[in-house]
Design a protein around this ligand. Sequence first.
Ligand SMILES: Cc1cc2nc3c(=O)[nH]c(=O)nc-3n(C[C@H](O)[C@H](O)[C@H](O)COP(=O)(O)OP(=O)(O)OC[C@H]3O[C@@H](n4cnc5c(N)ncnc54)[C@H](O)[C@@H]3O)c2cc1C
Length: 426
Amino acid sequence: MLPAPASPAATDRRQHIVIIGGGFGGLTAALALRNVPVRVTLIDRRNYHLFQPLLYQVATAGLSPADIASPIRGILRRQRNTTVLLGKVTDIDVAGKAVLIAERRVTYDQLVIATGARHAYFNHDEWERFAPGLKKIDDATDIRGRILLAFERAENSSDDRERRRLLTFVIVGGGPTGVEMAGAIAELARRALSTDFRNIDPRAARVVLVESGSRVLAAFPETLSAAAKRALERLGVEVLLGTRVSRCGPEGVIIANDWIEADTIIWAAGVMASAAAKWLGAEQDHAGRVVVECDLTLNGHPEIFVIGDTALVKAADGKPLPGIAPVAKQQGAYVARVIAARVGHRPAPAPFRYRHFCTMATIGRKSAVADFGKLRLSGFIAWFLWGVVHVYFLVGFRNRVAVLMGWLWAYVTFERGARLITGHDL
Ligand SMILES: Cc1cc2nc3c(=O)[nH]c(=O)nc-3n(C[C@H](O)[C@H](O)[C@H](O)COP(=O)(O)OP(=O)(O)OC[C@H]3O[C@@H](n4cnc5c(N)ncnc54)[C@H](O)[C@@H]3O)c2cc1C
C-alpha cells in the first residue's frame, strides 16, 4: 500500500508559529506576521474577535452583538500563511513544544499566548450567579436581559417594595467598565425607556455604583475622576466610595453593613488572568499574570511569548502595565517583530517599551473624560474624541458603519435599538 501523502504542513520547512487567542494581542501578532516567512496557526475558543470596550453598550441595549464582533476567519481570509483553528486550549506541553486542545496536539516552533483575562470575585465565586461580570457577548446579552426584565417585572408588580427592588441596579467597581455601565443604565432608565411603561416610571430607577477606593476611575488624574463622579451624579447615579460589598445574593447586596435590595447586580471589580501560568508552570502575580522577560518571553523559554492581559510587564516606574487594549496590541506587534528578526537572522529588537497615548472613559451622552498626559479633557469634546477613537479602532468596515449609524440614530432619537430580552425564560 502507498503511504498517505504528507500534509502540506508536514512538508513545509517554515517555522510554525502558534498563537493562542484572537483578541487584541493575538490578532495583532497574527496580522503583523503576514509577510514573514513563517506558518502561523491562530487558535481561539470563539470564532470571532470581540471589541470589548463597547461590550457595555450591548449590555445596555445600545448596540447589537454583531456590531462589535468580527469573525477571525474572515479577518485573516487573505493571509495565506495563516490557519485559524476553533478550539479551547486546555494545556501546554512545554517540553514537547505542543499546545493541547483536548486530545489534539498542535506542535510549535514558537508560541504566543494571548488568552486575556476573566472577572474575579475575590474568593467569592458563589456571587457570580447573582452578580454577572462583563467579558463575553453571552455576558452582555445576559445582563441586557436582566436589566430589561427588571423593568418588565416591575411593570407587572403591584407591590411597591418589590417594584423598588426590581428598579434598583447596583454596579460593583468604579473602573471604566463600572462607570460606563452605571451611566448607560441611568440613561436607559431616564431617557430611552422613560415613556414606554404605564404602571411604573422608569426614571425613578435607582442606580448605585459602589467603589472600594476613594475615587472612581482611579487610573485617571484626580480632576478627571472628580469630573466623572459629578457627571454620574448629574445622571442620578448614587456613587458610594470607600465601601466594599460584603455579600451578594438573590435579594441584593450588603454594602458596609447596609442592605440594598436590588434585582440586578453587575460585577465590574477585578480581573484574573487566564490559566496560562498554570499551563506553563510559570511564576505569576496575585492576578494570575505570567511574569515575563523584557522581550515578553518566558524565563528559560525564548520560544514562548506571553502578552496582553495574561502577562505581567512592568513600566519604567516599576508599576505593572494596565490591562488595556493598546498594551496588548503593542505587545502583539512587538513579538511579531522579534519573530521576524529571528527567522531573518537579524539582531533582536530592543526590549519592549509601551507607549501610552491616551486613557478614556465615557459616562453618557455628551459626557466623557480623556487623559492625553499634559492635555486633560472632560465633557463634550472628550465624548466626541472617545467616539472617533472607538469607531476608528473597531475591526471591520461593516462594524464601523453599523456602530456609527447606531450612535447617530440614538443621538437624534434617544432610542436604544437593541432592546431584546433573550435567553431568559419567564
Ligand atoms: C467590559 C470591558 C471593557 C473594556 N474597556 C476597555 C477600554 O475602554 N479600553 C481599553 O483599552 N481596554 C478595555 N478593556 C480591556 C481590553 O479589552 C483588554 O485589555 C484586551 O482585550 C486584552 O487583550 P488580550 O489579547 O490580552 O485578550 P483578549 O482581547 O481578551 O483576547 C483573549 C482571546 O483569547 C481567547 N481564549 C482565552 N482562553 C482561551 C483558551 N483556553 N483557548 C482558546 N482561546 C482562548 C479568547 O476567546 C479571546 O478571543 C475592556 C475589557 C472589558 C472586559
